[in-house]
Ligand binder design. Structure first.
Ligand code: TYM
Length: 341
């Protein structure tokens, strides 16, 4: 159920921890552009404060943040139509996160699978920030009273927590102040899997670079990674049911569908009976066709990082103008005295 008392507004974020993958592109970025182009109020953020929940080399973090901004713009985000900025330049995120740390319960955060995955067996040694991360993510969204959040499937649990935090805050203070956000998880690309293992998510943290396509990969690398992607010897079936136990094949069909703006059904109908000797080169051509222009534009934009920094600074000022009054009202609701003129 969407919250109709708030004007529709989209917020989403991507971590600048390493490069952008095809998973980020199909699960998030491509859909961010569609939302912007549909005329919705859109706010997109490079979540650098999230990235530092695990150690980041400062020079690499700066580079990754700028490169991510270049990726957003190269993929079609227009900084004049969408607000584009990096999280640490708007202090309302960190401030509201503290309020939410006091609203969220330990038990809620302990259930978060991303923490369990990232902390692994050594949870005692994980940063407190990694544990508290979902409260910051809730703050990112709710600092703008955003109503809709496009993400890949892996972020669904965090968005459920965001709803729980908003509902508990509203209930505890007897207000209808924060919207109950709606996750937007749609299309064939919401869970792009590893090219080496169709049961694992494609991820920038996978040790094997062959498991993923990076938006910075050149055409030859993209084609080679797709040609070498793990598959099985069977040809493609004539319906999706035939892919139920073939996760690698299903993943490549999904990637094709998401890149071509087709349904997976239409892809299997087109390639029914054909082997991967035909399908993989077709997929590689399609991927290069869609990704090479983005790659080229990112490289061009990265030649002028001063301009990227200017865009992020301007985006941050616009973001702050929305978030600060919401934070002020939130402080008033909580009973925090603010006596500055
Ligand atoms: P992050 O940086 O891991 O990923 C950014 C976006 O890309 C999506 N994604 C994928 N989609 C499909 N298949 C994949 N293999 C794949 N890998 C990543 C993610 O679902 C995400 O949409 N916690 C978030 C960042 C965040 C955020 C927010 C998102 C912080 N604050 C507020 C939305 C709203 C994260 O770690 O995403």
């Amino acid at each position: 159920m969407s919250d109709t008392s708030f004007a529709p507004r989209i917020f989403s974020g991507i971590q600048p921890s390493g490069g952008l993958t095809l998973g980020n592109y199909l699960g998030a970025l491509k859909r961010f552009v569609q939302a912007q182009d549909a005329g919705t109020d859109t706010i997109y953020c490079m979540v650098d404060l999230h990235a530092i929940t695990v150690w980041q080399d400062p020079a690499k973090l700066r580079h990754a943040t700028r490169e991510l901004a270049a990726g957003f713009i190269a993929a079609g985000i227009d900084p004049a139509r969408s607000i584009l900025f990096n999280q640490s330049q708007v202090s309302a995120h960190a401030e509201l996160a503290w309020i939410f740390n006091c609203v969220a319960r330990m038990g809620w955060l302990k259930r978060m699978t991303q923490f369990k995955d990232k902390a692994g067996k050594n949870a005692e040694n994980a940063s407190v920030g990694l544990f508290a991360y979902p409260a910051l993510m809730a703050a990112d969204i709710l600092a703008y009273h955003a109503t809709h959040v496009p993400v890949g499937e892996d972020q669904k649990q965090h968005l459920e927590l965001t709803r729980d935090i908003a509902a508990k805050f509203n209930h505890d203070f007897g207000v209808e102040f924060f919207p109950i956000v709606e996750p937007v998880i749609e299309g064939a690309g919401t869970r792009v899997m590893s090219l080496r293992d169709g049961t694992k998510k494609m991820s920038k943290s996978d040790p094997s670079d062959m498991s993923r396509i990076n938006l910075t990969d050149d055409a030859d690398t993209i084609a080679q990674k797709l040609r070498k992607a793990r598959t099985d010897p069977e040809p493609l079936p004539d319906s999706l049911d035939g892919l139920a136990d073939r996760p690698e094949a299903r993943n490549l069909v999904n990637i094709y569908a998401a890149l071509a703006d087709m349904t997976p059904d239409a892809v299997v109908a087109q390639y029914a009976g054909q082997g991967f000797g035909t399908f993989k080169p077709a997929l590689a051509d399609l991927a290069v066709d869609k990704l090479a222009p983005i790659n080229a534009e990112m490289t061009r934009l990265m030649q002028d990082v001063t301009e990227i920094d200017r865009i992020l600074g301007e985006g941050a000022a616009r973001a702050n103008a929305i978030a600060q009054p919401i934070l002020d009202q939130c402080y008033d609701i909580v009973g925090l005295v603010r006596a500055r003129a």
